[in-house]
Write a protein that binds this ligand. Structure first.
Ligand SMILES: C[S@@+](CC[C@H](N)C(=O)[O-])C[C@H]1O[C@@H](n2cnc3c(N)ncnc32)[C@H](O)[C@@H]1O
Length: 346
């Protein structure tokens, strides 16, 4: 069952954490970040704790606002947000040339919205890899409801150390997930290892673009807002991802920032000037209402202490994402298709 009601938001808040531990988890999470004096090296060294705290705290907010797929999409005029999200998932399936019966890996699968869509679109068996226990429990429940639980499964593990033998998968994809890796090379190298030779890896990466100026204070502020609001150790430049792919052994078939020619900007659902009934909860008014609702739920103790603070850093994320998108210094859809050479022995 989808969990998209206000009470679902309150009861899921904190994920697998004890409700009494939510406030201290928020405090600890915030301290990892620049806005609270945190350091990049500490975020990288403690990425498992930082990212898991983040997803325990935010998953019920994500499900409330986004549904089952936690990612952005380029969008055509006349297309709803939901339609654009599905099309973005189908695009990956087509790029990977998925064939019925393929064994596919979804790296950093969330609660499995894209996994279910791609499995049904391509008649493949998709394994979702995720390090967050709460998201996996939600994913399993939703797989049962969608009746894909016989062909698709979830594995709880870190994508920096995958529990799969070499050359296990016919295709691998990652949607807005490997940006959480403390080091892109280490993560891509693991993907390379588990992919069969001659097969493809495709991803949508969150990146800073070439327009990002590290000496510009405003750019740095936007980057820090996105990092705290989205549980990221350090957002890499597109060029760094490309370099890491090649270093891991991949041949890059093609790559492009899909934000560049999107007829409607990807950040539109979060933009203050935009109003939509179909994605109302993501709009500025929808978020304002959610903020007040969470305040009440926390006051009457249906939501744990610390819930409003989670909403606050998510609001910071929304602002950073819209500003980063408008200034074109940030993209959540740096796409690449990469191939493991047929001659690869590893
Ligand atoms: C923004 S969500 C995207 C989820 C999904 N791809 C989607 O589009 O709905 C990022 C996901 O990456 C997962 N993740 C982050 N770091 C991870 C790690 N080290 N190992 C495995 N999964 C990780 C998170 O738990 C979360 O599910």
């Amino acid at each position: 069952m989808s969990k998209t009601g206000a009470l679902d938001l309150a009861s899921g808040l904190g994920g697998k954490l004890e409700k009494n531990d939510v406030l201290s988890a928020v405090e600890k999470y915030e301290k990892y970040h620049v806005c609270y004096g945190g350091e990049e090296e500490e975020r990288k060294a403690n990425y498992t704790d930082m990212v898991n705290k983040y997803y325990d705290l935010v998953t019920s907010f994500y499900e409330f606002g986004w549904g089952e797929s936690f990612h952005f999409a380029p969008r055509w005029k006349g297309e709803s947000l939901r339609e654009s999200i599905k099309r973005h998932e189908h695009f990956l399936a087509l790029q990977l040339d998925l064939k019925p019966g393929y064994k596919v890996l979804d790296v950093g699968c969330g609660i499995g919205g894209p996994l279910r869509e791609i499995a049904r679109f391509s008649y493949t068996s998709v394994t979702g890899l995720n390090n967050n226990e709460y998201q996996i429990s939600r994913g399993k429940e939703l797989n049962r409801v969608a009746k894909v639980d016989k062909t698709c499964d979830f594995v709880k593990a870190d994508f920096m150390k995958m529990p799969f033998p070499d050359n296990s998968f016919d295709a691998v994809y990652a949607i807005e997930a490997t940006c959480h890796a403390p080091d892109a090379y280490g993560c891509y190298k693991e993907i390379y290892r588990v992919l069969k030779p001659g097969q493809h890896f495709a991803a949508y990466e969150w990146c800073m673009t070439d327009a990002f100026d590290p000496n510009n204070q405003e750019h740095q502020k936007i980057k820090a807002e996105i990092e705290i609001g989205d549980g990221l150790p350090d957002i890499r430049l597109t060029g760094k991802c490309l370099e890491a792919l090649k270093q891991a052994g991949f041949e890059v078939v093609w790559e492009k920032d899909l934000a560049v020619n999107s007829p409607l900007p990807w950040y539109l659902p979060l933009d203050k000037s935009h109003f939509s009934l179909s994605s109302f909860r993501l709009t500025a008014l929808g978020r304002f209402i959610t903020k007040n609702m969470v305040k009440v739920l926390e006051f009457i103790r249906l939501a744990p202490k610390g819930s409003q603070r989670v909403q606050d850093f998510l609001e910071k994320a929304a602002e950073g994402l819209v500003e980063g998108g408008k200034k074109e210094i940030f993209t959540p859809m740096y796409f690449f298709l990469a191939r493991k050479p047929l001659s690869a022995t590893e």
